[in-house]
Design a binder for this molecule. Structure first.
Ligand SMILES: [Zn+2]
Length: 416
């Protein structure tokens, strides 16, 4: 049925994880996020802890095998030459990853340090107005909150891109997305564990959980680094791990096509107009997906300089309420989050549909990403008041889960 091609290939999830992560770690239970840590080059950590790092990779590969993954080849960490290059290979991430030593400035934040050229942070990061992309050199120390907030976006900067053609890594055939470009990272950043029986039967690879492998590996590395006194890398790895959890909390990352039910797939199977059905379903999902993320990102960015009741409600969802889920592990966090997010997908999709113009949400000939006249600020300002309230209350639910999952993961790596 070629359902794979039905799937959308988004450019970004909550494209600005850093805006939500600071507030998540400003919860009553996370005063430790204000502590300072010493910034350390990766090579220094790897050299000091080469044996421990090698053990983490060995045990991780055993875990992958036990879980039945067919998508890996073990690459033991080279303790004789414990370099960044060796690390990238064993972690099976992009060998050209920049892993820059930087600190990201929050909206409204000023710094005496010169702003860095964005190309030195990531060769693929492209600024989108009116969002902020300002980075300065890391300096000697950073707070834990700054480390996590700066690097929570790093998995989108380069290291998960274009991995399917690196045969040494053994990821196998790409389940969805294109082998190069933005969507090459999609299978690591989306998890469709709740598709209907037709998708499960005819395109089981779409429902595979590759994402959990990333969360697990970086949580293990984080635990090691924190336990051995390399807090900077401990929290940077933890930031990577939480990135995927936050992605999963976005319903468009947990449900392939939120607006369609099982009947759609049946009609698709017998339709003589498969291409037209495909184009419509995936384009509408993509446009709504981006509108949701832009709504969230713009409100959060504005909150740092000019908070209003909507932005305050969003931030309150991130920094109050249930602190963590207890007695859990990475696999359970992913499963729990995925349940909540997928079951919310239909509701959020309907809410988005009612919040924007018909052209933006119901016209498959419209491609928001290619619309040069698309103005984020004006589009969000035009949401009718009643719909804004509804959209806000639904977003609050996704945010609350993203915050709990993030704090739970950090609690796990800090306590072991
Ligand atoms: Zn992502």
């Amino acid at each position: 049925m070629l359902l794979i091609t039905l799937l959308v290939s988004p450019a970004h999830a909550w494209g600005y994880h850093y805006l939500m992560t600071g507030p998540m770690l400003s919860h009553d239970t996370t005063p430790w996020a204000n502590d300072s840590v010493t910034v350390e080059p990766l090579d220094s950590f790897l050299t000091a802890e080469a044996a421990g790092v090698a053990k983490v990779f060995d045990e991780f590969y055993v875990w992958l095998g036990q879980k039945g993954s067919q998508r890996f080849k073990s690459i033991p960490f080279d303790t004789q030459a414990p370099s960044t290059a060796a690390f990238l290979r064993s972690a099976r991430i992009n060998p050209a990853s920049e892993l820059p030593m930087v600190r990201r400035l929050l909206p409204g934040e000023t710094s005496a340090a010169p702003l860095l050229d964005l190309g030195s942070v990531s060769s693929i990061l492209k600024p989108v107005a009116p969002f902020r992309y300002d980075f300065v050199a890391a300096g000697e120390t950073m707070t834990i909150r700054e480390v996590v907030a700066t690097f929570v976006d790093e998995p989108d900067w380069h290291y998960d891109h274009s991995l399917w053609t690196i045969t040494e890594y053994g990821y196998g055939e790409q389940p969805f997305g294109k082998p190069e470009g933005e969507s090459s990272k999609a299978p690591f950043h989306m998890y469709f564990g709740h598709e209907n029986f037709l998708v499960r039967a005819f395109a089981p690879e779409v429902t595979e959980n590759i994402m959990v492998e990333r969360v697990e590996l970086f949580a293990r590395l984080s635990e090691l680094a924190i336990a051995e006194g390399h807090a900077y890398w401990g929290y940077r790895f933890a930031a990577w791990s939480t990135h995927y959890l936050q992605d999963l909390a976005q319903p468009y990352h947990s449900k392939a096509l939120p607006s369609v039910g099982g009947g759609y797939y049946l009609r698709y199977a017998v339709s003589s107009k498969k291409d037209a059905m495909k184009t419509r379903a995936s384009q509408l999902a993509a446009n709504r997906h981006f509108l949701y993320e832009d709504f969230v990102a713009l409100k959060l960015q504005q909150h740092y300089t000019s908070p209003d009741t909507t932005s305050t409600a969003l931030v309150t969802a991130l920094n109050t309420g249930v602190p963590t889920w207890s007695d859990t592990n990475v696999t359970e966090i992913v499963a729990r989050l995925s349940d909540k997010s997928a079951s919310h997908a239909r509701t959020i999709d309907k809410t988005i549909q009612k919040s924007f113009t018909e052209r933006m949400v119901d016209d498959e000939t419209y491609d928001l990403e290619k619309d040069t006249a698309y103005d984020v600020t004006a589009t969000m300002a035009a949401i009718p008041e009643k719909q804004r309230e509804k959209l806000l209350s639904e977003t609050v639910s996704d945010f609350a889960h993203a915050g709990i999952a993030t704090r739970t993961l950090l609690g796990l790596v800090r306590s072991n």
